[in-house]
Design a protein around this ligand. Structure first.
Ligand SMILES: [Zn+2]
Ligand SMILES: [Zn+2]
Length: 466
């Protein structure tokens, strides 16, 4: 068999790994490259292979850097099945639609500019119609159920503990001549004991592992300190009469924050103030979380579900869908907590909350996720004294804080723990993907130190025979 590394190779976004097994072409992930539009549009538009020749797609989870190019793949001729967990299928429904909407809006803006320069308009990467078509090819598969994909190719999803529905993929392959290969694809690996969802399950007895390395050279803060830090930080701002603004991804991070606030309020560790979740996508995503209790961890059951209470709903919390209601929040005074998307503050309603609140030193902007370079969230995090929002300059007077605990990705120690049941002598190859050089290369050194052999960091375009 062969593994062809295409996207998410020596970078984090655009995950795509193509397996050639027994004459079949199986694609793992079909993610979107993210970054500057000028660099990513062509890269996303044109595949390195013929989509019509792909026999099946296996998807680890719903994040756009893994799923976001599926509608384009389908519109270019892929008509096979797309295997994902049931929760991933549900999340893809809303996330791919949202993505199509963003693509269309984005291209409108580009085409206005092109028109001024007398250039012909370009098409969006895909449309809502392409998403609807793609959704018909999805098949929901339960965790821990083995699926016979093609002769000599079986796979099983194991919980990856990264977002709702996320999975690692274990492929059991039998090639001509009885050659057997046990191949693991980690997907994105979550943190053990993270709130709401389960801890990552391990892929065992592997010969070959394709493994993510996002935080291969970093250690996150320990879980014990986080609740205390989170509640005391928020309480202080509220007691001083300020507002807490939390930019957060609508899917996953928002629900984790809501869960944590719910728990801390019930324990009287945060004063009584109104909390607003202001993002239509977050509202839809929260409903999907509610409909998948099978993905929740024991703590969520113990504190909420067994009592018949909703982890994502409580008296002081209001979900906001309508944009008029969102704007009304600007007029409200007094302490409050606002959670809004997008997490990197590149678009969405968070922009007007930042514009209204960043200039007041009583307020706190609390970052709970990663922000890429050149994004507004990153500029604020990096301590810029002035930032541009809606083309207007704002002085940053609010307090700024960043908490890495809520990261959906395992850190170096947790990635090493993930490998603990795979003996160095059986595991013949490890391929590090989904990581930048400064994270993956030190992690590679660590693995070699621990006695793992053949640890590679393949570049895009590399094809490896197994
Ligand atoms: Zn992910
Ligand atoms: Zn990812």
């Amino acid at each position: 068999m062969q593994i062809e590394f295409i996207g998410g190779a020596r970078t984090v976004t655009g995950s795509q790994h193509l397996l050639h097994i027994n004459g079949k072409k199986i694609l793992l992930e079909c993610g979107l490259f993210q970054g500057r539009r000028s660099e990513t549009y062509e890269k996303n538009k044109n595949f390195k292979f013929n989509p019509a020749e792909i026999d099946a797609l296996i998807l680890s989870h719903a994040h756009i850097d893994h799923s976001g190019n599926i509608p384009n793949l389908v519109s270019k001729g892929f008509d096979g099945l797309i295997y994902a967990t049931s929760a991933t299928v549900d999340l893809c429904q809303i996330m791919l639609r949202d993505s199509a909407h963003l693509q269309e809006k984005d291209i409108e803006f580009v085409n206005k500019k092109r028109k001024k320069k007398n250039e012909s308009p370009i098409d969006p990467l895909y449309t809502l119609e392409d998403v609807e078509k793609a959704m018909q090819q999805f098949v929901g598969v339960q965790y821990n159920r083995t699926i016979d994909l093609f002769p000599g190719i079986r796979f099983t999803f194991r919980d990856a503990g990264h977002i709702l529905g996320s999975a690692g993929v274990h492929l059991e392959i039998e090639e001509a001549g009885n050659k057997k290969i046990s191949l693991g694809f980690s997907g994105d690996i979550g943190r053990p004991d993270s709130p709401v969802i389960k801890s990552p399950d391990i892929l065992r007895d592997l010969d070959v592992l394709i493994m993510e390395s996002t935080y291969g050279n970093r250690l996150h803060s320990p879980a014990e300190e986080v609740e205390e830090d989170f509640s005391s930080t928020i309480s202080k701002v509220i007691n001083d009469g300020g507002k807490v603004i939390i930019p957060a991804f609508a899917v996953g991070r928002t629900q984790t924050i809501v869960y944590m606030l719910h728990k801390l309020f019930d324990q009287n560790r945060i004063p009584e103030v109104p909390i607003y979740v202001d993002s239509p996508l977050a509202v839809e995503a929260t409903n999907i979380f509610r409909s998948h209790p099978e993905c929740m961890d024991r703590e969520t059951y113990r504190i909420f579900l067994e009592e018949g209470t909703d982890p994502f709903g409580f008296g002081r919390l209001k979900y906001i869908k309508k944009s008029e209601e969102s704007k009304e929040l600007n007029e409200k005074s007094g302490p409050m907590i606002i959670i809004s998307a997008s997490g990197m503050a590149e678009g969405g309603r968070i922009l007007h909350h930042l514009a209204h609140n960043i200039g007041n030193s009583k307020n706190l902007i609390l970052f709970v996720g990663y922000a890429a370079e050149h994004t507004l969230a990153r500029r604020i995090m990096d301590g810029n004294e002035k930032v541009n929002i809606f083309g207007e300059e704002f002085e940053v007077k609010a307090k700024i804080k960043k908490m890495d605990y809520f990261s959906g990705h395992a850190d170096q120690k947790e990635l090493l723990d993930y490998l603990r049941l795979n003996q160095q002598n059986k595991l013949k190859n490890i391929f590090l993907v989904h990581g930048e050089e400064d994270m993956a290369l030190p992690f590679r050194e660590k693995l070699l130190e621990k006695g793992f052999k053949n640890v590679q960091f393949p570049a895009s375009g590399e094809i490896i025979n197994i």
